[in-house]
Design a protein around this ligand. Structure first.
Ligand code: ZN
Length: 152
């Protein structure tokens, strides 16, 4: 990877890690789940407001953890807001393939991943993959009506 591109990615991660978007507890959420990544110490709660038609009307999170886990959660909330539950799950599928080095298996448009590409570097660090995917596992757990999820 070119150095300036790597720097840009680093900037995106630091920005979202330091100033996470949608870091709040919405009053009107109707789903929530806790995510725990004990290997790193990342802990977060994802809040969802799902409309009757399956639209993610609101998504937010609270918690603490490393920059990767916070940045990924922050970007996730920005990207799935206003989209359907199905689209959100499909985005996670693509993102999971990206960070586990299976981007060749991604169906459809890789460009959908947008700024999530900044997290692609974690594929070289299996421990970090858990940090990067924690919020996503937690969001899908909330959609499935589960209370909690752990990476172990
Ligand atoms: Zn972490």
């Amino acid at each position: 990877m070119m150095d300036d591109l790597r720097d840009l990615y680093q900037e995106v991660i630091l920005d979202h890690g330091k100033n996470p978007r949608n870091f709040r507890h919405p009053d009107d959420c109707n789903r929530q789940a806790e995510g725990d990544n004990p290997l790193c110490g990342d802990q977060l709660i994802v809040y969802l407001k799902l409309d009757a038609d399956g639209t993610v009307a609101d998504v937010a999170f609270e918690g603490r953890g490393c920059a990767i886990s916070m940045a990924s959660a922050s970007m996730m909330t920005e990207m799935v807001q206003g989209h359907s539950e199905a689209d959100a799950r499909s985005l996670f599928d693509k993102f999971h393939k990206l960070v586990t080095g299976h981007e060749d298996d991604i169906d459809g448009d890789v460009d959908d991943l947008d700024k999530l590409i900044a997290l692609s570097g974690v594929r070289e660090f299996p421990m970090r993959v858990k940090c990067a995917t924690l919020a996503w596992h937690t969001m899908t757990a909330a959609m499935d009506g589960e209370q909690s999820v752990t990476t172990e």
